[in-house]
Design a binder for this molecule. Structure first.
Ligand SMILES: N[C@@H](CCC(=O)N[C@@H](CS)C(=O)NCC(=O)O)C(=O)O
Length: 230
C-alpha cells in the first residue's frame, strides 16, 4: 500500500482491484474509491473535479484493454462495465462521468442551484455525451489506443465531420459567454474540456477554433487545475 499527498489530502493507491483490500483501506481513510484509467478523458473529468474542489479519493487503476471492466467484481460497481465509476465512503456506487461530477460538485460554485441554470449545465453535458464524445473521443481512441489500424480507417474518417460540428457549436457559444453555460465555470466546462483539450489526438486542428482555444486556456489557468497526466 502506498500513501501519498496531493492537494493537502491523504490518498491511497493500489495497483489492482483484486481482493477487497481497497475497501478496507477506504474505511480506514473514509474517502471514496475512484475506478479509472489515467488516459481516459471521462475519468479525467472526475480527477479534475476532485482537484478543483479539493476532494480526496482512492485511485484504483483499471486497464480497459485487459478487460478489467468486465469482471464480475467490477460489474458489482458498474453493471455496465465502464469507467469511471466511484464507490462512495458509505458503499454506494455511481457511474457515468457527468453524473459523478455533478454529484461531487453539489453545493459548490461548479453546479448552480437555480433550476434553469442547472438545466443549462445538463444541456451541455447531454450535448457532450451525444454530439461531441462519440466523435472526438472515439476518433482519439482509434488513433491513440488502437494505433489507427487500416480496418478502422473508415470509422476514423467517419467521425471527423461530427466532431467538427460539435466544435463549431462550441465556437459559436464562446462568442457570447466565457464559459460554456454562462459567465462562470461549471461542471459542463469540465465535461467538455476533457476530450476537447485532447481533440488534436483525434485529428482535429484546434487552431480552426480560436474561441474554443481561448476557453481551453482559461480552464487550464483555474486555481488547483491539474493536467490529465498529473
Ligand atoms: N458515458 C460514459 C462512457 C464511459 C466509457 O465509455 N468509458 C470507457 C473508457 S473512456 C470504458 O470504460 N471503456 C471500456 C469498455 O467499454 O469496455 C461516461 O461518461 O462515463
Amino acid at each position: 500500500m502506498k500513501l501519498y499527498r496531493s492537494n493537502d489530502q491523504l490518498f491511497y493507491r493500489k495497483g489492482s482491484i483484486a481482493g477487497r483490500c481497497h475497501a478496507c483501506a477506504e474505511r480506514r481513510l473514509n474517502v471514496m474509491n475512484v475506478y479509472g484509467d489515467q488516459r481516459s478523458g471521462n475519468c479525467y473529468k472526475v480527477r479534475l473535479t476532485c482537484a478543483l474542489l479539493g476532494i480526496a479519493y482512492n485511485w484504483i487503476p483499471i486497464d480497459i484493454r485487459s478487460q478489467d471492466t468486465k469482471t464480475e467484481q467490477f460489474r458489482r460497481i458498474n453493471p455496465n462495465g465502464k469507467i469511471p465509476a466511484v464507490e462512495l465512503s458509505d458503499g454506494r456506487c455511481l457511474w457515468e462521468s457527468n453524473a459523478i461530477i455533478n454529484y461531487l460538485a453539489r453545493h459548490s460554485s461548479l453546479l448552480p442551484n437555480d433550476a434553469y441554470e442547472l438545466a443549462k449545465v445538463q444541456q451541455w453535458q447531454f450535448f457532450e455525451q451525444y454530439s461531441h464524445e462519440p466523435y472526438i473521443a472515439v476518433a482519439r481512441y482509434i488513433n491513440v489506443y488502437l494505433g489507427r489500424p487500416a480496418e478502422k480507417e473508415a470509422e476514423y474518417e467517419g467521425r471527423q465531420q461530427g466532431g467538427h460540428r460539435a466544435l463549431s457549436v462550441m465556437e459559436e457559444q464562446f462568442h457570447t459567454s466565457e464559459f460554456v453555460a454562462g459567465d462562470r465555470m461549471t461542471t459542463a466546462d469540465i465535461s467538455l474540456y476533457a476530450y476537447t483539450h485532447l481533440a488534436d489526438e483525434g485529428g482535429y486542428e484546434l487552431e480552426r477554433y480560436p474561441a474554443v482555444s481561448s476557453w481551453l486556456d482559461r480552464i487550464s489557468r483555474q486555481p488547483r487545475y491539474i493536467g490529465m497526466l498529473d
